[in-house]
Design a binder for this molecule. Structure first.
Ligand SMILES: Cc1cc2nc3c(=O)[nH]c(=O)nc-3n(C[C@H](O)[C@H](O)[C@H](O)COP(=O)(O)OP(=O)(O)OC[C@H]3O[C@@H](n4cnc5c(N)ncnc54)[C@H](O)[C@@H]3O)c2cc1C
Length: 461
């Protein structure tokens, strides 16, 4: 079998890239090692119902009239109509530093601006100056690392506010510890605070099914349970892949969305890129009785919290760091059809190597998962009030779960801290897209797949 383009990985970047390409040349093949597509953003069934992984909220909300907004550009590139997605905006979200301060934000930026002015009046002018810089900055210009923390602190002159601004942006888009590249900060600031968050009316399965329907309607092909074991190449030119069942497929181009180092290992080449710690996460989904009313913060969509003296976004020394985290209530979006279930989802930083000491499925692993759920619950209840009695089911996934289902090194959602922004890893006809290209989250990863196809592959065919 020979195809012009072979895409490795059926996550959101691979799916978007495949759909974009298939609109012009239908002979594209998407290979996914798992039985199900979606990668980090997928779903599974437990307790007779569907549980989503990954999707808390989609960043980069934009009204239809903003033609150049990332969301609208993406939909145009994929030829998907807005109404097919049934978008619901967040209610409002919160950055809560327990016993210190709280900042509310929504898809109306004036709320966040007013919150900062009233709670941090001395930083008001500095924040306005920072906004001007963010507006004028080109985050896609290739530049060496510039510390976002340093620039923010210089303008705000307030460590608490600096930490509070960084907390959601790091949780939703930083692969490095305790700081961000300023370009990445600008991208995430616009995506979360200026544009805001939304979710589709259906589940992540509906979104994936929609992408797949469009893709196959253009003639695109997909193989699931198709794990690529080797990329076949002569020098710096690739000419195909070998799958786990020894089948060989040849191609003119390969786009790999599985990670930079993971791609180098399929080429049997050292990457030289594995130099910084990778960040792992645990997530617990608490399914609640449908009539549950949470006491405090019940209408919030997402709460980013910190309970420690300083906010530390780094690999913890122990299995999980409960001092900070994300609490998501996926039913709290405007106009969402009343779901027959309610959920609270909690996410915390975790240490992959510590989890690895506990063999998956062993009693000690199960016990650590139970402890994680209980500790996480007690942190969430400090903010939301008591809801233990309303829990009908709970499930926890760890960095080992993520590694098992997505083959992501160290189960690190945001991949390698070293990003390859132009997707070029030094091969004539092999590019990378997705997480390790540096565009994180759902919209970021999809735009990354589309942009590599547009810039490097379509013009050459
Ligand atoms: C708990 C959690 C919460 C999140 N919350 C949000 C959120 O609220 N909002 C948001 O925007 N983003 C969120 N994200 C992040 C978002 O899911 C990811 O950034 C995005 O999905 C990454 O897509 P990707 O295509 O780059 O990578 P992946 O999803 O990792 O896709 C790579 C694919 O490649 C496949 N693969 C790997 N190796 C091989 C191989 N050898 N052969 C064939 N296939 C292979 C994998 O199985 C996988 O399907 C969250 C993620 C998680 C896990």
């Amino acid at each position: 079998m020979h195809v012009p383009l072979l895409i490795i990985g059926g996550g959101l970047s691979g799916l978007a890239a495949a759909l974009r390409f298939a609109r012009f040349i239908p002979d594209v093949l998407l290979l996914e090692q798992h039985a199900r597509i979606g990668g980090l953003n997928s779903y599974y069934y437990r307790n007779n119902r569907l549980f989503e992984t990954g999707l808390h909220a989609i960043t980069n909300y934009a009204p239809p009239k903003l033609k150049n907004a990332p969301l609208n550009r993406l939909l145009r590139q994929l030829k998907i109509k807005r109404k097919e997605l049934d978008l619901h905006q967040q209610n409002q979200s919160e950055i809560r530093f327990i016993n210190k301060e709280s900042l509310l934000f929504s898809n109306d930026f004036s709320l966040f601006n007013a919150e900062i002015s009233s709670k941090f009046p001395a930083s008001h002018n500095g924040f306005q100056k920072l906004l001007q810089i963010i507006e004028q900055y080109d985050p896609f210009k290739p530049l060496p690392f510039i510390s976002a923390r340093k620039i923010i602190q210089e303008h705000l002159q307030n460590e608490l506010l600096t930490d509070m601004l960084l907390c959601p942006l790091m949780f939703y888009g930083s692969s490095i510890e305790n700081d961000m590249d300023f370009g990445q900060f600008v991208i995430m600031f616009q995506a979360i605070f200026i544009e805001g968050m939304f979710r589709p009316g259906g589940t992540i399965k509906d979104l994936l099914d929609l992408l797949l329907k469009h893709y196959t309607s253009h003639g695109g092909k997909i193989k699931t349970r198709a794990s690529v074991k080797h990329i076949l190449h002569t020098g710096k030119t690739v000419h195909g892949v070998r799958l786990g069942n020894d089948e060989e497929i040849t191609c003119d181009y390969i786009l790999s969305t599985i990670g930079s180092e993971e791609t180098f290992s399929l080429l049997d080449e050292p990457s030289g890129l594995d130099v910084l710690p990778r960040l792992g996460f645990v997530e617990t989904i608490f399914e609640l009785q449908p009539d549950t009313t949470l006491q405090q913060g019940y209408d919030r969509t997402i709460i980013f919290y910190n309970a420690a003296d300083r906010f530390e976004y780094r690999q913890p020394q122990t299995v999980v760091d409960f001092n900070s985290g994300v609490i998501c209530m996926p039913q709290n979006f405007q106009g969402l059809p009343l779901a027959s279930f309610k959920e609270v989802r909690t996410t915390h930083l975790a240490n992959y190597n510590e989890w690895k000491q506990l063999p998956r499925k062993s009693d000690s692993y199960k016990a650590a998962k139970d402890d994680t759920a209980l500790m996480s619950l007690s942190m969430a209840e400090k903010i939301l009030g008591n809801f233990t009695q309303n829990i009908v089911y709970r499930d926890t996934f760890t960095p080992l779960t993520i590694k098992h289902f997505t083959a992501k090194k160290s189960g690190a959602i945001y991949g390698n801290p070293v990003k390859i922004k132009d997707g070029d890893i030094g091969y004539d006809n092999l590019y990378i897209a997705g997480t390790d290209q540096g565009f994180l989250g759902i919209i970021g990863s999809m735009l990354s797949g589309v942009s590599i196809v547009n810039q490097h592959i379509l013009p050459r065919l």
